[in-house]
Design a protein around this ligand. Structure first.
Ligand SMILES: Nc1ncnc2c1ncn2[C@@H]1O[C@H](COP(=O)(O)OP(=O)(O)OP(=O)(O)O)[C@@H](O)[C@H]1O
Ligand SMILES: [Mg+2]
Length: 329
């Protein structure tokens, strides 16, 4: 699996990060529940006037863990990151970075963290150190020396949004590299489920400011009723087709995706497929295409939020200069 990922990710060429380090390192890290906590978020709340952007969220990120934060637009991911990285005040609850309360000891917390903006990670001609040095130039240099020399925990807010697929894979490869070299903890937000599935040890799904699910990708997929997904497209299906698909054996959910395409979750892919084809033949509805897959993180996301992440995005993100860590609003 690792070899396969490297092969795909290199796309026939080595990225600089890999080439300069000599060893491609995309091994999926092992989540160690007994490891010390790098980030502790405890009943954290962020209110903007009457609006609650983050609503009583708690989680711990272990040292050395790659932790994914997933959620639709406006879910509160960036707000969470801004609170954890001392950039905005916390309304209530608290966040700690290796034991340092970000509200009470912001400087101590800042010395341990790095925030890599999208535009920097996407520059694949730079090595990890070069990226960090540029980051140092962007930020206040004093603080930056601390960030550059001893960053322990990295926060990345959608580092791959807007990148082409090859660059995206290379960014994740670089993250794997950073992690294996420096024993860092990484908290990342992304809209790409496949990336999150491959690299993250654990994933938290946030929706409307609340934490709705948190577990390893495998456990999250296992938590969704149904083990297979049938994607089928039909020629002019009748209006009640969604309901009729629901009546098939072992079906746990049906989603109409438009243009005659349906996504059917089932506990028994082969049996439901047979029934589905039989029903289509009997009803005189032509099947244009059909595929059966294992449950993906997309299905997990739909299950917990009622929406599809890929439909929520993808708007263009301009590069926004991060706030200087010294400037606490
Ligand atoms: N300074 C602010 N004042 C008022 N509301 C805000 C402010 N910053 C964010 N919000 C609101 O808080 C909610 C969460 O925003 P946030 O940027 O954290 O979402 P997100 O999950 O990062 O979304 P995206 O995927 O689009 O980046 C949104 O409804 C947003 O409009
Ligand atoms: Mg955001």
């Amino acid at each position: 699996m690792t070899a396969d990922l490297n092969e795909k990710s290199n796309g026939g060429r080595e990225s600089s990060a890999t080439a300069k380090s000599g060893t491609p390192s995309l091994e999926k890290p092992v989540f160690d529940p007994t490891a010390a906590s790098a980030i502790e978020v405890d009943h954290i709340v962020k209110k903007y006037g009457d609006f609650t952007a983050v609503d009583d969220v708690s989680f711990n990120v272990k040292e050395g863990e790659i932790f994914g934060l997933l959620g639709p637009n406006g879910a509160g991911k960036s707000t969470l990151i801004r609170m954890m990285t001392t950039l905005i005040p916390i309304t209530s609850g608290r966040a700690r970075i290796t034991g340092h309360d970000v509200s009470r000891e912001p400087d101590a917390a800042r010395r341990l963290i790095g925030v890599i903006p999208q535009a920097l990670t996407s520059d694949l001609d730079l090595t990890v150190d070069e990226n960090l040095n540029i980051y140092a130039k962007l930020y206040d240099v004093e603080i930056a020396r601390g960030l550059v020399h001893h960053p322990r925990i990295f926060f990345l807010d959608e580092p791959t949004t807007g990148l082409d697929p090859v660059s995206r894979v290379a960014v994740w490869e670089m993250l794997g590299n950073i992690k294996s070299k420096r024993q860092l903890t990484i908290l990342i937000t992304t809209h790409y489920m496949d990336e999150a599935d491959r690299l993250c040890d654990r994933i938290a799904i946030v929706d409307h400011g609340k934490l709705v699910a948190l577990d390893t990708p495998m456990a999250l997929k296992a938590s969704v009723p149904g083990s297979n997904v049938i994607e089928a497209q039909f020629e002019k299906p009748p209006a009640d087709w969604e309901q009729r698909l629901h009546t098939l054996d072992d079906v746990t959910s049906v989603q109409h995706e438009g243009a005659g395409m349906y996504r059917v979750l089932t506990g028994n892919g082969s049996h439901t497929t047979t029934e589905l084809v039989e029903m289509a033949v009997q009803t005189g509805v032509a099947v244009k295409s059909l595929s059966v897959q294992n449950t993906t993180l997309d299905d997990v996301f739909v299950h917990y939020t009622g929406r599809q992440l890929r439909d929520e995005l993808v708007k263009a993100y301009g590069f926004v200069m991060p706030q200087r860590p010294g400037l606490q609003p």
